[in-house]
Design a protein around this ligand. Structure first.
Ligand SMILES: [Zn+2]
Length: 336
């Protein structure tokens, strides 16, 4: 997973936005139906439309195709994104400010490509606004996700967990994978929601953070060194990148190469964000289905299941879990 956004220069900042927010009735509560969902239930918490496809698209498509219930929660509409479709430039935040609404439709098309039918926006569409890159004035917008009251935002997610009872949750690490404030906030909200759900007895048994093994980055840097379209042209050392996890610390490698076309189709649905000639597509052409179809995860909460290879990587996010256990017993195994 390679972020398309420019790398943020900022790093995780301290807690923000403890202002009181109006408590809204939990619009996402649909309590009935838990017992009718499939045995395996996966919840993903992402910051903006397109993050799901770029970061975890193959994994989502894999689990949807194999009968798991996949729930995607997107925290903002991505209003501050760049626009790569010239005729839509007028939708930009500084112009008509209509990009967020447009991206709802892009996300719906992406989810259709991935086979994912359960998608929600945290607190409802438009509840939280894209905060823009770290340090920009957009961070201060009253609805900016960066300003969100943590417990209020986590409360929306808890209600979804209460309904769906996911055994596995996927989100970002504490730096939001690469430092974008909304990704950092998504991490904080997801982890707080896990805490709150644990207190009520229905926390996911496993929480994963998206990750990129150092070995894969090394291969990417080597590959791009001679390329005219090098997204890492300024990078001379891997330590300069805001992401990269030692291979031994990776817990799971999900090989969904058979879903690489679904992932690419989902990314192409986000046409305002990912231009047709993006290096993401050219690298896919060079590396083949593995670039699109293999995704990696760090296990933050729960017990690692059986795996293989030198580091015992799991090949299934549900590895080691008894997914036929009674729903109310799907409680967390505790922080490592
Ligand atoms: Zn994002």
């Amino acid at each position: 997973m390679w972020p398309t956004c420019r790398y943020a220069s900022g790093t995780a900042a301290g807690p923000r936005g403890t202002r009181g927010e109006p408590t809204r009735a939990a619009a996402t509560v649909r309590v009935a139906g838990v017992t009718t969902l499939p045995d395996r239930r996966l919840l993903l918490v992402h910051a903006h439309p397109d993050d799901e496809s770029i970061g975890t698209g193959s994994t989502m498509a894999h689990y949807a195709a194999t009968g798991a219930h996949v729930t995607l929660v997107t925290c903002t509409l991505g209003e501050e994104g760049e626009i790569h479709v010239p005729e839509l430039a007028g939708l930009a935040a500084a112009e008509a400010d209509q990009l967020g609404g447009y991206r709802i439709a892009e996300l719906a098309a992406a989810c259709a490509a991935l086979g994912v039918t359960d998608h929600r926006f945290l607190g409802g569409a438009g509840r939280y606004r894209d905060s823009g890159m770290m340090g920009l004035a957009t961070n201060e917008h009253p609805r900016a996700f960066w300003q969100a009251d943590l417990d209020t935002a986590a409360g929306y997610l808890v209600e979804i967990m209460r309904e769906v009872r996911p055994q596995v949750l996927v989100t970002y690490d504490e730096n939001g994978f690469y430092g974008h404030p909304d990704h950092i906030q998504a991490h904080r909200v997801a982890m707080r929601a896990v805490e709150l759900a644990r207190a009520e007895g229905f926390a996911p048994a496993k929480v994963y953070w998206t990750a990129m093994p150092i070995s894969v980055l090394e291969a990417g840097l080597t590959h791009f060194a001679d390329s005219a379209d090098n997204p890492f042209a300024d990078v001379t050392d891997l330590s300069e990148l805001p992401f990269g996890t030692p291979d031994k610390d990776i817990a799971a490698r999900i090989d969904a190469t058979d879903q690489h076309a679904a992932k690419e189709a989902a990314m192409r649905a986000h046409a305002t964000q990912i231009p047709d000639n993006s290096w993401l597509y050219s690298i896919a052409g060079n590396f083949g289905s593995e670039f699109m179809g293999v995704e990696y995860f760090f296990l933050a909460v729960g017990e690692k299941g059986p795996g293989s290879g030198p580091y015992g990587w799991e090949d299934d996010l549900f590895a080691g879990l008894d997914t036929t256990a009674p729903r109310d017993a799907a409680t967390a195994a505790g922080h490592r």
